[in-house]
Ligand binder design. Structure first.
Ligand SMILES: Cc1cc2nc3c(=O)[nH]c(=O)nc-3n(C[C@H](O)[C@H](O)[C@H](O)COP(=O)(O)O)c2cc1C
Length: 359
């Protein structure tokens, strides 16, 4: 099943393997280079079913926190992305752009506007630590508008859809999590209200793109700065978080786990992707150390290729629909072909060297 076609909305994917979004910091000035273009084309040629791009900074004054991350707000950047899309499509691939706002990971002094601080729901970057700008309703509106207009640009460039990055402690996750969202207006105060921001983003995006364009949401329990944090401790809480954005019109959910074989809630062996699909009943992607023997804790730690029997079994049983693969596809762009042909021994192990180049 993993290597069979899958229909995501009206898009036919060659197989159910997704390239996970991975920041590469190799787009100076926000512009994808020719190396970025060939890096994605190479993976499309090697049969990756769906490519989700590295996080693209949404066109908002405070979205950036890392150097050389691609953007959409200049002609040159858009021309670069058009070539990325064409390179993938010319190799029969499918591509979704990940839209990213770094929220509280931004610090004063960072480019491109050093005087702009990090923006968060309540000024908190983690529980009890208030060093960021608390977003006003006007800030919220401007940010929602930025997602909507960037999604439209992505549609014009030929992307098949967008994935809203709502995971890992960045801006949207900062709103979703009770540890960092202590607002008392319509964007905070209860689990459902903490989902209002992302629901508004999804609604605004949907209104700005056509019906065929795919809109998904990536979310996680864990935060970049707190691996044990949880948005939801029970399936019921997870339902309260996920249903408002689902009802806003999402086409898929992407459950970001660190170890996809781990149980999510007490009393069940099933993982977060299983619960996501069960609750939402929409196409669901699972991710987290698929095909590797080491956890996703430290991206510089080496990892050895392993069997993907558990992932194959989960997809066969339709616990969720698609599997995203990150580091394994960085170290070996032919991972899909090799796994499909049962050539596990030929897969190139992951080391931090894979982060250095765009091959
Ligand atoms: C170099 C690198 C960059 C990443 N950048 C992003 C990103 O831009 N957006 C995102 O949602 N996740 C990002 N992640 C997380 C991956 O998408 C994925 O969830 C994680 O690597 C676990 O999958 P894996 O075990 O198959 O590598 C990144 C991971 C790596 C290794």
């Amino acid at each position: 099943m993993l290597f069979d076609e899958y229909k995501l909305k009206n898009l036919i994917l060659r197989n159910r393997v997704v390239m996970a979004p991975m920041t590469r910091n190799q787009s100076p000035g926000g512009i994808p280079t020719s190396d970025v273009i060939s890096y994605y084309a190479r993976r499309a040629k090697a049969e990756v079913g769906l490519i989700i791009t590295e996080g693209i900074e949404v066109s908002h004054i405070a979205s950036s926190a890392y150097p050389n991350v691609p953007r959409l707000d200049t002609n040159k950047a858009r021309e670069g992305w058009k070539k990325v899309v064409d390179g993938i499509k010319n190799n029969n691939g499918a591509v979704i752009a990940q839209l990213w706002h770094c929220g509280g990971f931004r610090k004063l002094g960072m480019q491109p506007n050093p005087e702009v601080p990090g923006y968060t729901a309540s000024g908190l970057v983690k529980p009890g630590k208030k060093v960021a700008h608390e977003m006003t309703l006007q800030d919220i509106k401007e940010t929602i508008d930025a997602y909507a207009s960037d999604a439209k640009i992505c549609q014009e460039l030929g992307f098949d859809g967008v994935e809203i990055h709502g995971a890992h402690g960045y801006l949207i996750d900062n709103f979703l999590w009770g540890g960092t969202n202590i607002r008392e207006d319509s964007y905070g105060g209860s689990i459902q209200k903490r989902s209002q921001f992302v629901s508004d983003i999804i609604k605004a995006v949907k209104e700005n793109v056509d019906d065929q364009f795919i809109v998904g949401l990536r979310f996680s329990q864990w935060k970049q700065h707190d691996f044990s944090a949880k948005l939801a401790s029970t399936p019921d809480d997870l339902k309260k978080i996920l249903m408002p954005p689902v009802e806003a019109g999402l086409d898929f959910l992407h459950s970001s786990m660190r170890r996809f074989w781990e149980s999510e809630f007490e009393g069940s062996d099933e993982n977060l992707a299983y619960w996501t699909k069960k609750i939402s009943n929409i196409p669901t992607i699972g991710v987290g150390s698929v095909g590797l023997d080491s956890d996703f804790i430290d991206m510089t730690a080496p990892a050895t290729p392993t069997s993907i029997d558990k992932a194959l079994d989960d997809i066969k049983k339709q616990k969720y629909d698609l599997i995203a693969v990150g580091r394994a596809l960085l170290s070996d762009y032919e991972w899909v072909v090799k796994m499909k042909e049962g050539r596990l021994n030929d897969v190139i192990p992951y080391t931090k060297d894979a982060l250095l180049n765009l091959y």
